[in-house]
Ligand binder design. Structure first.
Ligand code: SER
Length: 356
């Protein structure tokens, strides 16, 4: 593991930083670009792998390492004055089912390590540390396809009985974030008092996210982006869910905007720490229809070869989410509908990408 800081901070004042974990992943790509556009020049990016060379110049520092390595996190604390953390690192839902204990280590223990880092940071500089966390529709667990059809748009407080390790992990982290924000070490005599020296945990339960530029790996909502990217390259694709499978989705730019908007929202307007967001909720067949009209030949290339086990996970996730709280309290307003997601974002960018 190399932590190779860009400069040596020993003996000098710590530099301010916004820390992004899992920074080389799908959301990290979009988030680093957006933070740079917003003028932040103090992004410290942490990932298991060396960062994409295109992103490095947008970061103050890029670190290679593991969030379960507490000595690495201590070094970050020593080097930087962190005022915001976007904790994106996780094993996704399909992969986690093969290695549930490893998923717990990364998804829960890793998050606990970051919450501890944030608490130590807040105590050391005396200001609140904003902790932005992507949770997921995987925290919902509907008992089956029939209940799912009857439930319609699910609210934040319904069906919080996840049926995957990833969903259990994310739900646990939602509660840990709330605990660290409101009750951390509540009986300890030396606990920092006052809102300033605390964590301000804010969390979005994301639906499936579709990017024109990157592909997910190890997720269960991957069938949509995989189908679109395969069709654009003229490759066959066997979709692992039934044609009628339906979950909510959104585009990556809307997901990144949502995180930044929630991060910047006035705390006085927030009645909770956990918000649903969604944008459109097509069935797999509807996605296939749009893709087939966009890419000649795709209709024959896209087939359905249902994996009953992964399908079972999708049947436990809601067909759509009620995101009215997010819209009301912090102005969540996705710019892409299903139609404009394709016409304005996915098709032009994906065509350009594979034409090269
Ligand atoms: N999209 C993720 C997955 O499928 C859920 O958050 O794992």
């Amino acid at each position: 593991m190399s932590t190779a800081p860009a400069n040596d901070h020993a003996g000098t004042q710590r530099n301010s930083a916004v820390l992004i974990t899992g920074a080389g992943g799908e959301i990290g790509h979009g988030l680093i670009e957006a933070l740079h556009r917003e003028g932040r020049r103090d992004v410290v990016a942490l990932d298991l792998r060396d960062m994409d060379p295109a992103l490095k110049p947008l970061c103050r520092d890029t670190l290679v390492g593991d969030i379960t390595d507490t000595s690495l996190l201590e070094r970050i604390l020593a080097m930087y004055e962190v005022d915001a953390i976007y904790h994106l690192a996780a094993l996704l839902s399909t992969r986690s089912e093969f290695v549930p204990e490893a998923a717990h280590q990364v998804n829960v223990q890793g998050t606990l390590n970051l919450l501890r880092l944030a608490a130590d940071q807040a105590a050391s500089h005396g200001r609140s540390v904003r902790f932005v966390f992507p949770s997921s529709i995987a925290i919902y667990g509907l008992p089956g396809a029939q209940a799912k059809a009857a439930a319609g748009k699910v609210r934040e407080d319904q069906y919080c009985t996840p049926a995957t390790m990833y969903g259990c992990n994310k739900l646990a982290c939602e509660h840990l974030g709330r605990y660290y924000s409101e009750f951390y070490r509540r009986l300890a005599k030396d606990r920092p008092r006052g809102a300033a020296a605390r964590i301000d945990f804010r969390c979005i339960r994301f639906p499936g996210i579709i990017s024109a530029f990157t592909l997910p790996s190890g997720g269960t909502s991957d069938f949509a982006p995989e189908m679109i990217h395969a069709a654009a390259q003229g490759k066959p694709y066997a979709c692992f869910v039934r044609p009628d499978a339906r979950i909510p989705f959104m585009t990556m730019p809307d997901a990144v905007d949502a995180m930044l908007r929630l991060a910047g929202a006035d705390a006085a307007r927030l009645s909770t720490r956990v918000y649903n967001v969604g944008a459109f909720a097509p069935s797999a067949e509807e996605i296939r229809g749009i893709v087939s009209r966009a890419f000649p030949g795709a209709a024959d290339l896209i087939t359905f070869k249902v994996d009953e086990d992964r399908m079972g996970i999708v049947d436990s996730w809601p067909a759509d989410v009620d995101d009215s709280l997010a819209r009301r309290e912090w102005g969540y307003a996705p710019r892409h509908t299903l139609a404009t997601a394709f016409s304005d974002y996915l098709l032009p960018n994906i065509r350009a990408r594979y034409a090269r």
